[in-house]
Ligand binder design. Structure first.
Ligand SMILES: Cc1ncc(COP(=O)(O)O)c(C=O)c1O
Length: 403
C-alpha cells in the first residue's frame, strides 16, 4: 500500500536502532552499560504520587479535559512562570499537551507554511528537524562545537536569516550538549532578535530546573521584555518531576498563538490526561528544588568524574565540561580510535559505526551525534549510579584510546 511522501521524509532514528540492539544484547546475557537514557532513573516526588492517588477517586479524572487544559492549572503554570522567570505574563496564555514534544510539534504547525525556514542551533534535539520537515518547513542549521563551548556564533545565526525565516528554536539547557547558554550570549542573542521583529523565538526550557553549576540559565525575554510578545516557551514535568511516561507538557505563548495551537490539538488529541492535570493542580511546586537537590549532586559528581577520567587518559580537546541537563558530549574526531574508522575520509560521519562498535565490543550504549547535527560525536547520559558508571567510563576510555 502507498504511504504519504510526508511520512517517507521522516528520518529513522539511529538512537532507536541502537537502543533495540542494546536491549537484545542484555537479553542475551551481555553486560550492558546503557548511557543513552534521556530520563531520570527515579520515581516522581512522593507528594506528587500521592496527589495522583487521591485524584483516582474522582469521576472528572477519567473524563475529557478542556482542549487547552483545565483553566485553573493553566493559570497556575502562568503564575509560576511569572514568579520563576520574573517576567510579565500580560497577553500570554497556556496550552497543556501530551508532553512538550507535542507542544513543540503543534507550535510549529501553528507557525509554519510550506517553505518557511526554522533555524536550529546544533547540536539540537533530534526531533526538531523532523518536526519542521513534517509541517513542510525547512530546517536551517547553525553549528557549534566543544571549542565555542556549544554557543553558536551570533554572526553565523545572522547570516542564515532570510525573508523566509519564521522561527528559531533555542534549547537551553541543551540536549545533547549538557550546557546552557551564558548570559552574555543570551543578551546578545536578544539584541539580534530585536533586529528581526518578524521572527518567533521558540524557547525549549524542559531542562530549566536541571542546571547544577551556577550561574543558572536565563532567557532573552527576561533581559528584553519586548521579546515576550513573540516568544513561545515550552516546559514539562518529564525531566523536572522525573515523569516522562505521564506525558504532560505546556506552552506559554501570546494568546493568538495558543488559540491556533488549540485548533490543531482539538482535532488531533484533545486535552492531555485529566488525571495528571488534576494532580498537578493540587501539587505544591515549591517541593521541586528539594526533590531535585540530590539529583543535581549526582549529575555534578558524574560530570566531574567524566572530566577526571578523560584528563587522566590525556583525552583533551574533545569535550566541554557539562553543567546542565543530563548529558555530556564527546567529540570522537579527536580521539585515537577515530583514525581506524575514518581512514582517508575524516570529513564523513562515522558516529553510528563508532557507537555500534562501542556497544558490540565494550557493551556501552551512547547516542550517535549524527542524530543531533554534530557528526563524529556521541552523547553520554550522566544518570547512571556511580559504581557501574565508573566501570563504563573505564571501558569507554580504553575504546577511545585504542587504535
Ligand atoms: C530538548 C528536549 N525538548 C523536549 C523534549 C520532550 O519531552 P517531553 O515530551 O517528555 O515533555 C525532550 C525529551 O527528551 C528534550 O530533550
Amino acid at each position: 500500500m502507498l504511504l504519504s511522501s510526508r511520512v517517507k521524509g521522516v528520518a529513522d532514528s539511529i538512537t532507536q536502532q541502537l537502543n533495540e540492539k542494546a536491549q537484545a544484547m542484555a537479553e542475551e546475557g551481555h553486560i550492558i552499560y546503557n548511557l543513552s537514557a534521556g530520563q531520570l532513573p527515579i520515581k516522581p516526588p512522593q507528594e506528587f504520587i500521592e496527589k495522583i492517588q487521591q485524584q483516582l477517586n474522582f469521576l472528572k479524572s477519567y473524563q475529557y479535559s478542556p482542549v487547552a487544559g483545565i483553566s485553573e492549572l493553566r493559570k497556575k503554570i502562568l503564575n509560576l512562570h511569572k514568579e520563576e522567570r520574573k517576567v510579565s505574563i500580560e497577553g500570554l496564555d497556556v496550552i497543556l499537551s501530551n508532553g512538550s514534544k507535542q507542544s513543540i510539534y503543534i507550535a510549529l504547525g501553528a507557525l509554519l507554511d510550506p517553505g518557511d525556514e526554522v533555524i536550529l542551533l546544533a547540536p539540537y534535539w533530534v526531533s526538531y528537524p523532523e518536526m519542521v520537515k513534517f509541517w513542510g518547513g525547512i530546517p536551517v542549521t547553525v553549528k557549534s562545537n566543544v571549542f565555542d563551548a556549544f554557543s553558536p556564533a551570533l554572526e553565523d545565526i545572522a547570516k542564515v536569516i532570510t525573508p523566509r525565516t519564521r522561527a528559531i528554536i533555542v534549547n537551553s539547557p541543551n540536549n545533547p550538549a549538557g550546557v546552557h547558554y551564558p548570559e552574555k550570549w543570551v543578551k546578545a542573542f536578544g539584541d539580534l532578535m530585536k533586529q528581526h521583529p518578524e521572527m518567533w523565538i521558540l524557547s525549549d526550557e524542559v531542562y530549566a530546573d536541571l542546571s547544577y553549576f551556577d550561574p543558572a540559565p536565563t532567557y532573552s525575554y527576561q533581559h528584553d521584555p519586548e521579546l515576550i510578545a513573540r516568544t513561545m516557551v515550552f516546559g514539562a514535568i518529564s525531566k523536572t518531576l522525573a515523569a516522562t511516561g505521564l506525558r504532560m507538557g505546556w506552552t506559554i505563548a501570546p494568546k493568538n498563538a495558543v488559540l491556533a495551537m488549540g485548533r490543531i490539538q482539538g482535532q488531533a488529541t484533545s486535552g492531555p490526561s485529566a488525571l495528571i492535570q488534576r494532580a498537578l493542580l493540587d501539587f505544591d511546586f515549591s517541593k521541586v528544588p528539594n526533590f531535585l537537590a540530590p539529583v543535581k549532586v549526582h549529575l555534578r559528581r558524574s560530570a566531574n568524574l567524566v572530566r577526571e577520567k578523560l584528563r587522566d587518559a590525556e583525552l583533551q580537546n574533545l569535550w566541554y565540561q557539562s553543567h546542565s541537563a543530563f548529558y555530556f558530549m564527546l567529540d570522537f574526531s579527536r580521539t585515537p580510535v577515530f583514525a581506524r574508522f575514518a581512514g582517508e575520509h575524516p570529513e564523513k560521519d562515522y558516529s553510528k559505526e563508532i557507537c555500534q562498535e562501542l556497544l558490540e565490543k565494550y557493551g556501552i550504549a551512547l547516542v550517535p551525534g549524527a542524530d543531533f547535527g554534530l557528526p563524529n560525536s556521541g552523547r553520554m547520559s550522566l544518570t547512571m549510579e556511580e559504581v557501574p558508571f565508573q566501570e563504563a567510563l573505564n571501558r569507554l576510555v580504553t575504546f577511545l584510546k585504542s587504535t
